[in-house]
Design a protein around this ligand. Structure first.
Ligand SMILES: [Zn+2]
Length: 322
């Protein structure tokens, strides 16, 4: 496969299936089978290029392995020519470069920018991105921390992984340091009490540390930021939602639950409506006869309109550039 430069594949349109489609496009044979000690490996043969993936791993881990092995193959000139992508990071070689490129294939920076994250990041943000990109929570958290500057988030961010006994197993900080392991464990305990919201420390030299606990299938992780106090005190997505929902439903949990089901169903069915405001109108039109007069009135309010539009926007993550 030797396409000219202008015929290169725009891989981003395949999101979130970039690694799978790249493998296909490049004629790689992917074999998923039980492996004893490794997540996966690849061989470049004359007859075929084969990537083997451990079927004992969770699906998101298998996708990471696939992306990682494709990154190794990218050191090969042929692959570089095949897709419109900056392969230079892979050309450095080695495991870290492969992980870096894998992260870009799984969560392209351009897409992540278009998500429009703002500080402070809350566990709900990380979960939503992980879900949309079909990657693990850990990979997502690392991706946000390592692209902090490009995302215009400022401050310092870190992801910390813990052992079962809440001691620190791994720390990854965007720059500088995060403090002693003991202090980070204390941060985890405080964040746990605040879950699913984030914990905010008392200000110190005009800065506040925020921390959100995220439970993954393998371990507990903590997403931390050190931010100027005013940025840290801004409401997270989760806090904003909770405020508006309190106001809209004022304790009517049954309507809230019913509405949530209707939203999920409608959103899954109506992928065509690109404009959140149009989606809100269609949603209201579709369900108005299923709502009581009071519920209808609630849903016609300006707050509900804004709240729903934001839900549609976040659910679809319409990239601003498309
Ligand atoms: Zn490797």
């Amino acid at each position: 496969m030797t396409p000219e430069d202008d015929e290169r594949v725009d891989f981003e349109k395949w999101f979130p299936e970039i690694p799978e489609r790249l493998a296909q496009e490049l004629g790689v044979t992917v074999i998923t089978e039980p492996l004893q000690t490794r997540h996966g490996w690849c061989v470049r043969g004359k007859a075929a290029t084969i990537i083997r993936i451990n079927s004992n791993d969770l699906p998101v881990r298998r996708r990471f392995t696939l992306a990682h092995e494709i990154a190794h193959l990218a050191e090969d000139d042929k692959l570089e020519k095949a897709a419109a992508f900056d392969w230079s990071v892979a050309n450095k070689g080695g495991e870290r470069a492969a992980d870096g490129l894998a992260a870009e294939l799984l969560i392209p920076l351009k897409w992540l920018k278009a998500v429009g994250l703002s500080s402070p990041i809350c566990p709900k943000d990380v979960k939503r991105i992980a879900g949309k990109a079909n990657v693990s929570l850990v990979t997502t958290a690392y991706r946000i921390v390592s692209t902090l500057n490009e995302l215009g988030l400022g401050g310092i961010a870190a992801v910390v992984e813990f052992h079962d006994d809440d001691t620190v197993s791994k720390k990854f900080v965007s720059k500088g340091t995060l403090g002693s392991d003991e202090s980070v464990t204390k941060l985890l305990l405080r964040a746990r009490l605040r879950a699913p919201d984030i914990y905010r420390s008392t200000p110190h030299n005009g800065h506040i540390v925020t921390a959100g606990q995220i439970e993954t299938p393998y371990s507990t992780i903590l997403f931390c930021q050190r931010l100027p106090a005013e940025d840290a005190l801004a409401k997270t997505i989760h806090e904003k939602d909770a405020l508006v929902e309190d106001h809209l439903f004022s304790g009517d949990a049954s309507f809230k639950a019913r509405l949530s089901g209707q939203f999920g169903y409608f959103n899954g069915r109506n992928r065509s409506s690109a404009d959140p405001a149009a989606a809100v109108r269609e949603f209201r039109e579709h369900y108005k006869d299923k709502w009581s007069p009071t519920e209808r009135k609630t849903m016609a309010s300006a707050e509900a309109t804004q709240w729903l539009a934001e839900k549609f926007r976040l659910a679809k993550f319409h990239p601003k550039h498309s």
